[in-house]
Write a protein that binds this ligand. Structure first.
Ligand SMILES: Nc1ncnc2c1ncn2[C@@H]1O[C@H](COP(=O)(O)OP(=O)(O)O)[C@@H](O)[C@H]1O
Ligand SMILES: O=c1ccn([C@@H]2O[C@H](COP(=O)(O)O)[C@@H](O)[C@H]2O)c(=O)[nH]1
Length: 272
């Protein structure tokens, strides 16, 4: 299974990082690097098409990270969709008819999600699969996420799992009106995800909406900041960006400068 390949690679990189020096596998793969302190982790939850990705993109842009080479970026975005578990043949047949529940917590590979976040917190780089919404499966190729000062972890159920939730230093919930979300999802999924309208509406009414109400919406109470209207809410985004800059600035670090990086030991996520 593809997951094992990713887990194995990430496990080897983490082991090498624990020793504080590059091992031969890292050197062979051009992965030599210095150890870095822990990042500031931000969970970004919200319903489908609420604007989670757009909000993260704006935060990234306002922190001046857009034009920075991936290896040098101090802010990285991890999408929960990378952690959809591989489907069986029977599940895949249902998925193609819009009858597999991708909005249920069981659709995710929880162990992979947890180990990845732990790796990022430990300052390791990770390799994550690209997700293909047309085939409902992971692509063969993955992409490397390098250690950063700020990790944005976004997805419909990033607040659902307690152990993950307790790892966030800040929790944002993107709160967009359901009609707006449905209309955006129809436009996006027809244009970008190879779906037809009947399939989208069938999946939405039978699975997406009920799962949102059962699993996603109840997690809104964990948010530190609720962002109405998503990426349109420039005031909220400006305030969040200012707050991140403030946290990163004092004695330890300033975003936009190189090491020493921010040390998050003093920022413990609110336990729930
Ligand atoms: N403020 C907005 N106005 C118009 N379209 C938007 C806005 N925010 C997001 N979209 C569009 O809606 C769709 C879903 O947005 P996205 O940010 O990907 O949401 P999510 O990550 O929550 O699924 C995308 O096609 C995006 O371009
Ligand atoms: O194969 C898949 C995987 C996911 N989905 C749907 O995607 C959304 C989550 O992504 P957003 O970007 O937050 O909208 C979720 O509601 C799933 O239903 C899918 O249809 N097929």
């Amino acid at each position: 299974m593809k997951r094992d390949v990713y887990n194995q690679q990430n496990h080897m990189m983490a082991a090498a990082n624990r020793t504080g020096s590059s091992n031969s596998w890292q050197r062979k793969n051009g992965l030599e690097r210095e150890r870095v302190p822990k990042p500031f982790v931000i969970g970004v939850a919200g319903g489908t098409a609420s604007g989670k990705s757009s909000v993260c993109a704006k935060i990234m842009q306002q922190l001046g990270q857009d034009d920075v080479d991936h290896k040098q970026r101090q802010v990285v975005i991890i999408n929960q969709d990378s952690f959809y578990r591989p489907l069986t043949e029977e599940e895949n047949a249902r998925a193609l008819k819009g009858e597999f529940n991708f909005d249920h917590p069981d659709a995710f590979d929880y162990d992979f999600m947890l180990s990845t976040l732990k790796d990022m917190v430990a300052g390791n780089e990770v390799i994550l699969p690209e997700y293909n919404y047309k085939t409902n499966s992971r692509e063969e190729k993955g992409h490397t996420v390098y250690p950063a000062d700020v990790v944005l972890f976004e997805g419909i159920l990033v607040f659902y799992f307690k152990e993950l939730r307790d790892m966030y230093h800040m929790k944002l919930f993107v709160d967009t009106d359901p009609d707006t979300r449905l209309s955006r999802r129809v436009l996006r999924d027809t244009k970008e995800r190879g779906r037809d309208i009947e399939n989208i509406l069938h999946q939405y009414t039978t699975l997406v909406k009920p799962a949102f109400e059962e699993f996603c919406l109840p997690t809104k109470k964990y948010a530190d900041v609720i962002i109405p209207r998503g990426a349109d809410n420039t005031v909220a985004i400006d305030l969040i960006v200012q707050h991140i800059q403030e946290l990163l600035r004092p004695s330890t670090n300033k975003i936009g400068t190189k090491r020493p990086r921010y040390n998050s030991d003093s920022f413990v996520g609110r336990p729930h």
